[in-house]
Design a protein around this ligand. Structure first.
Ligand SMILES: [Fe+2]
Length: 695
């Protein structure tokens, strides 16, 4: 039995304000009279954040008869027939929490498999869920988990979840997934109603029933976003009625963090920004509302200040506009309503899974500083630009602020012959984590004891570097001094703070450092290094990004947005192959350089394209697929980490088969554990299918 004793667990449960169930060594047959009534539990069941002796269970049982609360019975059993019930407890559901229910079950043996269900006072039962506890910290068994992100259900279907369930059911018990790590964009708060987009969006028909009871339109009325707590709740309730997502939550414990869309598309701290809207939209109340809905619908072991697990105690905040002078020297908005809103739920946390996984989870949205590129002052530099890339040296100046160049930033920011005053010359380097979370993260990292230190991160860390300096004449005019960046918003361009983290890994002699991320709607594999050639390329870990479960990726968007006429740079993004089928040359641009992409666009010959690759561009990348959807799995043991990308076709119709439909490809990245001071090495195997222009 687990080491934690009942007194300790009671203390822990009291601290969480949790309804708790206490496992007993001997089971007895269920006496609840459970009769399954899934219709009364429309969002199913879920579990989350397991440790080696406890796990959090979740359901929602709404009542419409005017009552304020009701009591459910929870049963946890060793078998799916509930002949060996090892714990029961009564749990309250309340109108105040939108009838959601969280129960902490403790005193469970480690590495166990359990079944659970909820029963109301009339014997109406939820579906049965399955959950798992973590192996104990000294347990040497190999472990496996999946990571997913970006499931825009209004635009598609959860075929990836269906495939994941199918493969897990077929797998040997010791090869099954221990948990599903959800890296954010669980919901998309920004929606288009089907009648707004009659012709669909790219390959997608929008048919999904989200209608916000209040809602507001943004970006010149193109989109709807939530404008109340009830609006956020409506989004979760709609998503969780999806059968594939619901079956996945009923099969595995989930470990969830948010990215942007759980709260706001271009949100940071408690500020919202929308294209076509002037300035910052104060949204302290909506940050609290988004946090509250996340707390209510995700089974996560996090507790808002002053709250109990059964209700979220929302701080009272006002939507007060933030001014530039409201930010302290670390980039934190000190306006009291902003502070109350962003601290209303802290989700950064760490989990341990057996001997081999320390999982560190960060929040990349609530504490990040203002985007140094999102200033009107910079616009003159980009006048007349047709390429859309950001010079790497300019971005390093914007990112580093006053610390750039050893504390000697230039007085002017320039591209070619255009320049503006360096408006960040006195600013601190930008931060993703904020000072407090960063201190927590670095401390956890230094003290992590498991073989593999896995950083679960909503945002990718691998540079989106491009080499427009190698474009032939006539294809755009590159004014940068050398390399450019295709995108600048995630860790791939957070140079200073990323270097601080990687230097900590190096200086502490940490090995087995691995990053898993989401957000990019594309599969990426490569090395975690703070700099690229011609600077010294010194990887300290490995880094992966998982494809979107559902959401549109750039390969699909390019098929619509990259016009064939008068578009000299089209070949950098898309080209037709010999059969006229569109291929994502953007993968070549990012991994091998512009010459490779353009060569493929004209000759349709991948070997010829690779013959003109730029070997200096991207030694940090081993795989890029900007058209990939699906999920990834990670299997670790004492010696090796194997990350597998399971790529499915665009999920634009629901798969009719129990396997979730065909695979596009399965590719495996194998990393032997390296010694401190050595660089990691990755070996790639295409297990099945066609990886197109990705390898
Ligand atoms: Fe996303």
């Amino acid at each position: 039995m687990p080491t934690i004793d009942r007194r300790h667990f009671l203390k822990l449960a009291a601290a969480l304000g949790a309804t708790l169930a206490w496992g007993s060594a001997s089971g007895r047959r269920s006496k609840s009279g459970w009769r399954e009534r899934r219709d009364l539990y429309p969002q199913g069941v879920a579990s989350g954040d397991p440790d080696d002796n406890s796990v959090l269970l979740w359901t929602r049982r709404p009542y419409a008869d005017g009552r304020a609360s009701a009591t459910l019975l929870v049963e946890i059993a060793d078998d799916p027939a509930f002949t060996q019930v090892i714990a029961t407890t009564a749990a309250k559901v309340q109108a105040e929490s939108d009838w959601t229910c969280r129960v902490l079950v403790g005193h469970l043996p480690p590495a166990g498999e359990y079944w659970y269900r909820f029963v109301d006072e009339e014997g109406n039962g939820s579906r049965i869920g399955r959950t798992l506890t973590a192996p104990s910290p000294d347990d040497n068994r190999p472990t496996k988990f999946a990571f997913v992100s970006c499931q825009c259900l209004p635009e598609g279907y959860g075929n990836g979840y269906r495939r994941m369930i199918y493969e897990d059911e077929k797998a040997q018990p010791e090869e099954r997934l221990g948990f599903v790590l959800h890296l954010g964009d669980f919901i998309y708060e920004v929606v288009q109603y089907p009648d707004q987009v009659k012709n669909g969006r790219y390959d997608r028909q929008l048919t999904f029933p989200i209608k916000y009871p209040k809602g507001k339109t943004v970006a010149k009325n193109r989109f709807w976003v939530p404008d109340s707590l009830e609006d956020y709740r409506v989004a979760y309730k709609a998503y969780l009625q999806d059968p594939d997502l619901q079956d996945a939550r009923a099969r595995w414990p989930f470990v969830c963090i948010w990215d942007n869309h759980e709260i706001s598309w271009n949100g940071w701290q408690s500020i919202q920004e929308f294209a076509g809207t002037e300035g910052w939209v104060p949204a302290q109340t909506l940050k609290v509302a988004g946090n509250q809905a996340w707390f209510e619908f995700q089974p996560a072991r996090v507790l808002p200040p002053g709250s109990k697990l059964d209700t979220f105690s929302a701080p009272t905040v006002q939507d007060v506009p933030l001014k530039v002078t409201d930010f302290d020297d670390t980039g934190l908005g000190t306006e009291p309503n902003n502070l109350a809103a962003i601290n209303s739920l802290i989700i950064y946390r760490a989990l341990r899974w057996g001997r081999h996984i320390d999982l560190l989870l960060t929040d990349n949205r609530s504490f990040r500083s203002r985007d140094p590129g999102n200033h009107d002052e910079i616009n003159p530099l980009f006048e007349g630009d047709t390429l859309g890339f950001v010079p790497e040296e300019l971005w390093a100046q914007l990112d580093g602020g006053r610390e750039y160049n050893g504390g000697n930033p230039p007085a002017k920011l320039s591209i070619g012959d255009k320049s503006v005053d360096n408006y960040v010359a006195k600013a601190a380097p930008q931060t993703m984590l904020g000072a407090k979370q960063k201190a927590w993260f670095l401390d956890k990292l230094r003290n992590a004891q498991a073989t593999w230190k896995v950083w679960g991160n909503s945002l990718g860390t691998l540079e989106t570097r491009v080499d427009p300096q190698n474009l032939p004449p006539g294809i755009g005019m590159w004014k940068g001094k050398g390399y450019g960046l295709m995108s600048v918003y995630d860790w791939g361009s957070m140079f200073s703070e990323r270097a601080e983290i990687y230097d900590t890994v190096r200086d502490a002699g940490i090995t087995g450092f691995a990053i898993v991320a989401g957000d990019r709607h594309s599969f990426w594999a490569g090395y975690a290094a703070k700099a690229l050639p011609p600077a010294a390329f010194e990887p300290v870990g490995v880094s992966f990004v998982g494809g979107s479960m559902i959401s549109v990726g750039s390969a699909e968007a390019n098929e619509y947005n990259q016009k064939k006429e008068n578009n000299p740079t089209r070949g950098l993004y898309i080209a037709e192959d010999k059969d006229g089928k569109p291929q994502c040359t953007e993968n070549l641009t990012l991994r091998h350089g512009v010459r490779s992409a353009l060569e493929y666009a004209s000759s349709k010959d991948l070997q010829k394209a690779l013959a003109v690759r730029n070997p200096e561009l991207a030694p940090h990348l081993t795989f890029v697929d900007n058209g990939g959807h699906g999920y990834a799995t990670v299997r670790v043991d004492a010696n090796t980490m194997v990350t597998e990308f399971v790529c499915i076709p665009r999920p634009i119709t629901r798969s009719a088969t129990p396997d979730g439909g065909p695979l596009r490809y399965r590719v495996r990245h194998e990393v032997p554990l390296w010694r401190p001071g050595e660089p990691p090495q990755m070996r790639q195997t295409v297990v099945e299918g066609d990886t197109g222009l990705s390898v």
